[in-house]
Every structure is written in structure tokens, then in C-alpha cells.
Write a protein that binds this ligand. Structure first.
Ligand code: ATP
Length: 500
């Protein structure tokens, strides 16, 4: 890794000097860049511990769970959403009553849009569906992140099926959007509701409520990273893969100077680390991470100790099932994870289609093709002359990836130190309830708060099901997952109450 005098300890390259500012963390002056994401600015300076959980556990920004901080004396600011400004003063905070909440300004007029099709998710699948549909229909494309391209946008290595590097591909594809397309980035879709002949998708951008009415809905909501269960798996310095890619490729900051890769798919990130010359070691059997304020070492199940300053979890992805069940879809267990039950046209029910890694984990290009396929199905339904079979045939080459079943090593782990859910729910808490014979996940959820908080179960329900299956011997396919309730993301909004 190149290190210049002008750079902060973990910068991968020099940034625009005209944007250089000073921020203060716990009173200490640090160099940052105007507009930089707060946890990234701290990371670049070697600071990983930002918040403390209710149980007194130190936490950073790059695994899971909320990130409340005090900014310029104001408590409960969301550290993940804060962008750096000159002179900003930041202090650590405990979780307290903090829950990530999107707050809607009731005094603002609701923005209303009526379109033929609303697409939720702006990754390769959502982009593919938009491009197909725009020829004949009006489209609203809603994306939670500030950019289009989903996970692929965060990669810098050329992806199979595409001829250029990811950012160029996304730019070229999205520059083809025509006047039939309205793009809403930084906008969270809160759910899908029936409203007569239409579907209503309420969404929120900052504090503005947007109500989109559409005749058809495409769920292109993608996948989430599987949470790997090892001791202190949420300690500051442990990175979820998408966050690691974001700090490297979007912000030009290394996760650490010497990184351990854990999880069953290190190949998902190795090319990116090699490109930047970030030193790494692959540790397939992690047991515990330790350190004072951040990762200092990783210990594997054979007792080997690795001196590292960051750990990246590079494992499988799982379809995000929350939007599916909220919209009335059913699930089945296939390829080692839960996927939506679809008809021949990729619908979970009449008018609601699913495309991309939300239907099964496959390469980005296949997800893009599936977006186009679903777009073609909708066009056909509206009477346009299209041949979905062209896409269907190409897609047949891509069987979704299978995830081998993992075993939770109950006996060898200190279960209190293993976080199953970002909201301070450890493996012991859930296991104690399951061992008492309570195996209905709906009840486990109420008793332990598993899947009740920040992520609404997107990340933790799978491991909850795995635990129940392993403790009881019940097949994963037979476990009933609780249906996700709206809103899909925590939101404080009076106007939604009438729809629940
Ligand atoms: P691939 O898995 O190959 O990357 P994909 O398009 O199927 O392709 P993602 O790249 O994960 O999947 O893209 C899904 C996108 O959906 C993400 O960028 C995510 O931010 C967005 N998303 C998920 N849920 C919501 C929501 N409720 N509101 C708005 N956007 C959402």
C-alpha cells in the first residue's frame, strides 16, 4: 500500500486537498474531507470504536446494529448517515433509546406520483427492468442508497458478462434511461399496499414522504450478507463485505493494514484487496476476535493466533426476504436459503414481480437479465410485442448458487459473545429460549427481540431459523419464518398508521 506523508493512516490515495477539514472526535482533532461519510473519516484515522451497545459492547460502523453518536452536542444522530463538515465535534454514545428512524416532516406536502410500474431496488436487476419497460411504460425506480448499481457499483473488477468495469457499465446503462423513467435515489420504499386497481408504495427521501401509485410492482430488492457466527463478530474492526467494498472503492480507505478474511467465500473480495495491495490472510475457521478498542487479533478454532487490525466477513449472500413476505409472497427453502415462491412469470402474486438476487443468488449479469425478463413479461401483459423467451433462455445458463448448511458450534463457543442480531441479541439469549422448547420463531422473536429492531430481521432471521433447526432437528424447509410487517424500515410517520 502506498503511504504518503500527506495521507491519513488508512488512506489508499491522496484526496482533494481543497476539501480538507478538521473534525474533533472525543475532543481530538482529526483530518477529514468535506462530504466524507463520518465513520469513513474516523476509519481513515485509525478509529473504529464509535458507539456502545446496551450491553456495554463496543461497536463500529461496519458490521450491524445502529450507530448513534453525539454531533455538535446533539444526541442520537445516526453516524452512518452523517457527512463530515469542517469543525464538526463528535462524541461516542450508548444505544440508549436509539432506534434508527426515518422521520417524516408532517408539515411538508406529500409528493404523489402515478406510474405504470414501480421498481424497488436500483441494482443490476432494477436497472435491467427499467431499461426494458421504458420503451412503452412509465417507471418509478426507487433506490435506498445514494447511487444506482447496488452491490456491483461497489466493485472495481470487471464482472462476468459485462465488458467494462462496473462503474462504467452502470453509467452506460443508466444514461440510456429515457423520459419515461423517474429515478428516486436516497429513497426508501416502506412497503407495498393494495389500493383498489393500483398498488401504493409509500417511500421516504430524507424527511419527504412520497406516495407512488402503480399498476405493477417489481421487487428488485437484492440480497443481504450472511452473518457469520463467531465470538465478538460485531467488534469494531469487523467488516461486513459490502461495507468493506464501500470503504475501499467508494471512499479510497483501507479497512486495515493487515486484514483477516473469514467466511466461506474469500474469493469475493481477494481481487479487490490485491488490486490495492492491502495485506490479507485467509482464516477459514474463526473462533474469536479480541482487542481493546478495535480488532487486534483473531483466534481460530485450532488456537492459532493472527495479529490483524481488521476482519472482513466474506461469506454467502441471502435473498432479502422482508420485501417479499411484506408484499404477500410465500417462501420456500431452496439452494440452502429462503427464496420467494414464484409463478412462471416471476410473480409472488398478481401484479407483483421479483427479479435479481431476491429470487436466488447469481452473478450480477444474470440478475440484470432477470430484470429485463420481468420487464418483458410486464410489457407482454400490457399487450406489447416482446419475446421474454430471449432472456429466459440466456438465464437458464445461470443456476442460482447453493449455500452449504453451516453448523453452529454451540459447545466450543462462548455464546454470550456471539451476536445473532445487531440489536444486542446474542446467541445465548436465543438458544436459551429454544432449549426451553419454544421453537416457533414468532414467539422466539417476541421473547428475545430477535428480528424486532434495526434490520427488522433481514440479517438475523436466517440464523434464528438455523439455530431452531439444529437444536430441534426440524428441517429448515419446515420452519415458518415470521412475515415482515410494514414499514420495511423503521420510520416515524403518522400518515402510515392508517394503512397498517
Ligand atoms: P446483484 O445481487 O447482482 O447485485 P440485484 O439488483 O438483484 O443484483 P442488489 O445489487 O443487491 O441486487 O440491489 C438491490 C438494491 O435494492 C440495493 O441497492 C438496495 O439498496 C435496494 N433496496 C433494497 N430494499 C430497498 C427498499 N426498501 N427501498 C429502496 N431500495 C431498496
Amino acid at each position: 500500500m502506498l503511504m504518503g506523508d500527506k495521507m491519513r493512516p488508512l488512506d489508499l490515495y491522496e484526496k482533494d486537498a481543497s476539501k480538507k477539514v478538521t473534525i474533533y472526535f472525543e475532543g481530538k482533532a482529526l483530518e477529514a474531507y468535506e462530504g466524507e461519510k463520518l465513520p469513513v473519516a474516523l476509519l481513515a484515522n485509525g478509529i473504529y470504536w464509535i458507539t456502545t451497545s446496551l450491553q456495554g459492547r463496543k461497536r463500529g460502523a461496519f458490521t450491524f446494529g445502529p450507530l448513534p453518536v453525539v454531533i455538535n452536542g446533539i444526541k442520537n444522530m445516526d453516524g452512518r448517515k452523517t457527512l463530515v463538515k469542517d469543525g464538526m465535534r463528535i462524541e461516542r454514545q450508548n444505544y440508549g433509546e436509539f432506534q434508527e428512524a426515518v422521520e417524516i416532516d408532517g408539515s411538508k406536502e406529500v409528493l404523489r406520483e402515478v406510474v405504470d410500474v414501480v421498481i424497488i431496488g436500483g441494482g443490476p436487476a432494477g436497472i435491467g427492468a427499467t431499461l426494458e419497460l421504458q420503451e412503452h411504460l412509465t417507471v418509478a425506480l426507487i433506490e435506498e442508497r445514494g447511487w444506482l448499481g447496488g452491490l456491483m457499483f461497489l466493485k472495481s473488477i470487471q464482472q462476468e458478462g459485462f465488458e467494462k468495469e462496473p462503474k462504467k457499465v452502470i453509467k452506460e446503462l443508466t444514461s440510456q434511461f429515457n423520459e419515461n423513467v423517474k429515478v428516486f435515489t436516497g429513497t426508501i420504499a416502506l412497503g407495498v399496499f393494495d389500493e383498489g386497481e393500483y398498488f401504493l408504495v409509500p417511500a421516504v427521501k430524507k424527511d419527504q414522504l412520497i406516495e407512488i401509485m402503480a399498476k405493477r410492482v417489481v421487487l428488485a430488492t437484492g440480497a443481504v450478507e450472511n452473518i457469520l457466527l463467531f465470538e465478538n463478530n460485531e467488534f469494531p474492526g469487523v467488516f461486513r463485505l459490502d461495507f468493506a467494498l464501500e470503504v475501499i472503492n467508494k471512499w479510497g480507505v483501507a479497512p486495515g493494514k493487515r486484514v483477516a478474511l473469514v467466511g466461506r467465500k474469500p474469493e469475493r473480495i481477494i481481487p479487490e484487496l490485491e488490486k490495492w495491495g492491502i495485506e490479507y490472510i485467509v482464516v477459514p475457521n474463526p473462533k474469536r476476535v479480541e482487542g481493546e478498542e478495535k480488532v487486534e487479533r483473531l483466534i481460530d478454532t485450532n488456537g492459532n493466533v493472527y495479529e490483524v487490525d481488521a476482519v472482513i466477513v466474506s461469506d454467502y449472500r441471502l435473498p432479502d426476504i422482508n420485501p417479499i413476505t411484506q408484499a404477500g409472497g410465500k417462501l420456500r427453502f431452496k439452494w440452502g436459503y429462503y427464496v420467494p415462491v414464484l409463478d412462471e412469470q416471476n410473480c409472488i402474486r398478481e401484479g407483483i414481480y421479483v427479479a435479481g438476487s431476491a429470487t436466488g443468488i447469481k452473478p450480477h449479469y444474470a440478475n440484470y437479465l432477470e430484470g429485463r425478463l420481468v420487464g418483458a413479461y410486464i410489457l407482454k401483459e400490457f399487450g406489447h410485442d416482446v419475446t421474454p423467451a430471449v432472456y429466459r433462455e440466456k438465464l437458464e445458463e445461470y443456476e442460482p448458487e447453493s449455500m452449504p448448511m453451516q453448523r453452529i458450534e454451540f459447545k466450543d463457543m462462548n455464546l454470550e459473545d456471539v451476536q445473532i442480531c445487531g440489536c444486542d441479541v446474542n446467541l445465548k439469549k436465543v438458544d436459551d429460549v429454544v432449549k426451553k422448547g419454544i421453537t416457533d420463531l414468532q414467539i422466539v422473536k417476541r421473547l428475545t427481540h430477535l428480528a424486532m429492531g434495526f434490520c427488522q430481521g433481514r440479517f438475523c432471521l436466517f440464523n434464528g431459523a438455523l439455530l431452531v433447526s439444529q437444536r430441534t432437528g426440524v428441517d429448515m424447509a419446515k420452519i415458518d419464518l415470521p412475515v415482515a410487517r410494514p414499514p420495511l424500515k423503521n420510520v416515524r410517520v403518522k400518515s402510515l398508521a392508517r394503512r397498517e
